[in-house]
Design a protein around this ligand. Structure first.
Ligand SMILES: Cc1cc2nc3c(=O)[nH]c(=O)nc-3n(C[C@H](O)[C@H](O)[C@H](O)COP(=O)(O)O)c2cc1C
Length: 494
């Protein structure tokens, strides 16, 4: 019989759920998930910082195509790290047909993150991607599969075509993915393609097909995934609008409350009874980061819960320690405040933002930042008048966006998440004229309750503290008394 984790530590980009956090959670027998978003850029910054601890090098040494690993090390490693205040080198932006060096960097960086998360134990590790960030999909997934990733989890869009990609790579075939292009003309070629044979340095390695979990927020979407996906969907994460990160927009016409946040109603509620009839495992997410909620989820027939916010503040997470400390202090003091911003994200999805001085959650900090688009993960591909595919981001300089056919009203309140999220994890870009990219922290409403994981007199907590606390009402008292690493192991899944 198959066994599933009761706790999925949700993917948190960019680099919040890094290999350290995922490794810690998977070692405890639950499912650790690394964020796959912008891993290539993060990898370049870790190498630019001199690869403290030598972890990236260890991952590169394990990579099955050594020439590719060597090229990347030679291009991006800075011995001793770049001088403080010097600019980070930027890896080229993604496009439908990426340059070979961009594809290689993506394959390698995804491999290394999963490889490191799997070190020192035999339990599965997952990787999370956002469907909307499509251009790196094929190379990222291939890299993660080369490292033996156990689960691929994807939301922020409708990931209908991902299961087929997993099947293709597991069968040693090329995989295709149709890029969503605004205003694409009938017959316009929008396919992306990755043939592993073009990259392997020798016979193609045999790969396992990871399980695929779609992150959805409605019964309709779950049913659609099962009916129309290009391959097997192994389960669902059902995410409610209290979750950290991006939220699904409310159904129907967007209405805002007095504070300016989207209003969710009855139509946005997921019918769990109906979900059970689909016959696939599901995990509940969004405010499920405590023992009582895990118990409730299990009683409702869920395989378990997916938790993000509680893990974002663990010692192992990639979030900058000053940001962790400030927000944990707010949680302790009962002064935490989370705003569901309907405008901030260039994806157009509502985005949850912790209100914190000195970050772009403050209007003044946001307005002081000069608009720059140099990372481009959230760029929207569009059909340009010359018949080519162009790329634009609603957080880029307004004149550029409008010159590319974007609507000026779509630029209002947009924030550069690419640069902010890298700043959140200690890799902020410094600009030529001096300023440093400001942070912008996403968290769920559970920020109000994360102080529960702090032992008396302590100012930090670990992934093990969260796992142990969450399981405290669901495992038998004898099992609960065992060391955390023996609680609820996931059995090998073939
Ligand atoms: C800091 C942070 C970053 C997140 N980034 C992502 C992401 O990149 N992709 C994703 O699917 N979900 C993301 N999420 C959502 C989590 O994976 C998870 O589903 C959610 O946090 C669960 O709700 P909770 O925050 O109430 O625990 C993020 C959440 C947080 C707190």
């Amino acid at each position: 019989m198959m066994q599933f984790p009761k706790i999925i530590q949700g993917g948190m980009g960019v680099g919040v759920s890094n290999w350290r956090l995922a490794q810690a959670v998977s070692k405890l027998g639950q499912l650790g998930v690394v964020s796959g978003t912008a891993l290539d850029q993060l990898f370049v910054r870790r190498l630019a910082d001199g690869d403290p601890g030598g972890h990236m090098k260890r991952g590169l040494d394990a990579f099955p195509f050594p020439e590719m690993a060597r090229r990347i090390w030679q291009e991006y490693f800075v011995p001793g790290g770049k001088p403080a205040g010097a600019l980070y080198t930027i890896a080229p932006m993604h496009q439908r047909r990426d340059l070979r060096k961009v594809i290689e960097l993506c394959i390698v960086s995804n491999f290394v993150e999963v490889f490191l998360a799997k070190e020192g134990h035999k339990n599965p590790v997952g990787i999370n991607f956002l469907e909307k960030v499509q251009m790196p999909h094929l190379s990222s997934i291939y890299g993660a599969m080369l490292a033996g990733v156990g689960y691929v989890l994807m939301g922020a869009g409708i990931p209908l075509h991902i299961p087929g990609v997993l099947d293709a790579f597991a069968a040693q075939h090329a995989a295709e993915y149709k890029l969503a292009v605004s205003g694409a003309l009938p017959g316009q070629d929008t396919q992306m393609l990755l043939d592993p044979a073009d990259y392997a340095e020798g016979p193609l390695p045999l790969l396992h097909r990871p399980r695929f979990l779609a992150i959805v927020s409605s019964n309709t979407l779950a049913t659609t995934m099962l009916r129309r996906a290009s391959g097997r969907v192994d389960g669902f994460v059902i995410e409610t609008p209290t979750a950290g990160g991006h939220n699904a927009p409310p159904r129907g016409k967007l209405q805002l409350n007095e504070a300016g946040e989207p209003v969710y109603g009855q139509r946005d509620k997921v019918n769990i009874a109906e979900l059970r009839t689909l016959g696939v495992p599901f995990w509940l997410a969004g405010g499920y980061g405590n023992a009582q909620k895990l118990r409730e989820a299990l009683e409702e027939g869920a395989a378990g819960v997916q938790v993000g916010t509680a893990f974002a503040f663990t010692q192992e997470s990639g979030l900058r320690s000053d940001l962790k400390e400030a927000l944990l202090a707010q949680s302790v003091a009962g002064t935490a405040s989370v705003f569901t911003d309907p405008l901030a994200s260039p994806t157009g999805f509502p985005f949850k933002v912790a209100q914190l001085a000195g970050t772009s959650s403050e209007q003044g900090v946001y307005e002081q930042r000069k608009r720059v688009c140099d990372l481009g993960y959230l760029r929207e591909p569009y059909a340009a008048p010359d018949g080519n595919i162009g790329y634009r981001c609603s957080a880029e300089p307004v004149a550029n966006y409008v010159a590319k056919g974007g609507k000026v009203e779509d630029t209002v309140g947009r924030k550069c998440l690419c640069n902010a999220l890298l700043a959140n994890i200690g890799h902020a870009q410094t600009r030529k004229d001096g300023p440093v990219e400001p942070a912008l922290v996403t968290v769920g409403d559970d920020l109000h309750t994360v102080a529960q994981f702090l032992a008396p007199g302590r100012e930090t907590y670990s992934a093990a503290d969260v796992v142990k606390s969450l399981l405290s009402l669901t495992v038998s008292s004898s099992a609960a008394a065992e060391p955390a690493s023996t609680i609820e192991p996931i059995l090998a899944i073939a």
